[in-house]
Design a protein around this ligand. Sequence first.
Ligand code: NAI
Ligand code: NAD
Ligand code: ISE
Length: 336
Amino acid sequence: MTVRIGVIGTGAIGRDHARRINHVLGGAKIVALSDVNKASAEAVRQDIAPDAKVYDTGEELIASSDVDAVLVTSWGATHEQYVLAAIAAGKPCFCEKPLATTADGAKRIVDAEVSHGKRLVQVGFMRRYDAGYVALKQAVDSKIGAPIMVHAAHRNPTVPEQYVTPMAIHDTLIHEIDVFRWLLNDDYVSARVLFPRSSARSHAKLKDPQIVILETAKGTIINVEVFVNCHYGYDIQCEVVGEDGIARLPEPMAIQMRLGAKLQNEILTDWKDRFIASYDVELQDFIHAAAKGTASGPTSWDGYVAAITSDACVTAQDSEGDAVAINLPTRPSLYN
Ligand code: NAI
Ligand code: NAD
Ligand code: ISE
């Protein structure tokens, strides 16, 4: 069966996911596109999916009998309405992070999916599909002993002017929030945020960098530097300290050069390149499950827990270094 997919939001990542579905992956085809900026959807149709129909609204796309499954890649604040509409239509739905911009919004999605009685939603936490993180998880699960600490960094070379202090959490740190729960098989109990002096490259509405400290139920302490004006590259670092040893996330493959009296490796600069292979794997997983009318991979529950944690971290940004408690509700059996 070829899964007929509709994409809502044809910006940077919607366009890139449409490309991989039509030109890289198997088992699916883009048949429908929609964007509030209709010219953007038209451009993706012309460049990538000439047989697709452009719909005026995401709701019309979801309701179309030509569409089997939906990709939600519009701005984060619009995700909830489309995911809820896809669940109401009984259609599998891949939603880019964040699942919703508030914990309450993510909870509404969990409740709707639980009422439906079957998984339909996969959240775009692609790091769980990255070969480096998968290898790191194997080392954490079976080689280095019980984890005690994690030291990590999420660095972007630059961000647009409209990127402000809380976005460092719900737009950027959200990847670490999800991947560390998965990596450590644990949940968070508290969050703290510390601010060194701001970088000269930042602006008045963005305190950058910041250090987030998360404590887990098993007592592991995680410190993550989020630095989105680091200038030199797109750089994701992660080191897990265990009882018996230390495991570190591998660097992306890069040619080592001896050149100009220097020993050098290039560092990537764009998030699209750093996790390019994992986006392919996550979407192929989505297509396989959608062909069976369901979803796999990161769940709505994972999206909800990430939203609760993210809200706590944003509160902690204004708590002068004090810890903010993270209390999770009981996980519905659909997600066990
Ligand atoms: P973008 O701004 O390039 O694209 C967003 C698109 O959504 C725009 O074309 C906009 O016109 C459209 N849009 C906004 N509201 C809409 C609505 N109500 N209905 C339909 N379309 C609407 O943004 P970008 O970078 O592509 O990000 C999109 C989503 O992908 C965000 O949720 C972001 O967090 C996520 N993302 C995930 C990444 C990852 O590594 N997993 C990387 C980059 C983005
Ligand atoms: P973008 O701004 O390039 O694209 C967003 C698109 O959504 C725009 O084309 C915009 O017109 C459209 N849009 C906005 N509101 C809409 C609506 N109501 N209906 C339909 N379309 C609408 O943004 P982006 O960088 O592509 O990010 C999109 C999403 O992807 C965000 O949620 C972002 O967090 C996520 N993202 C994830 C990753 C990742 O690594 N997983 C990377 C980048 C972005
Ligand atoms: C972007 O939306 C992403 O998801 C990238 O992976 C992240 O590094 C960046 O900070 C976000 O803005």
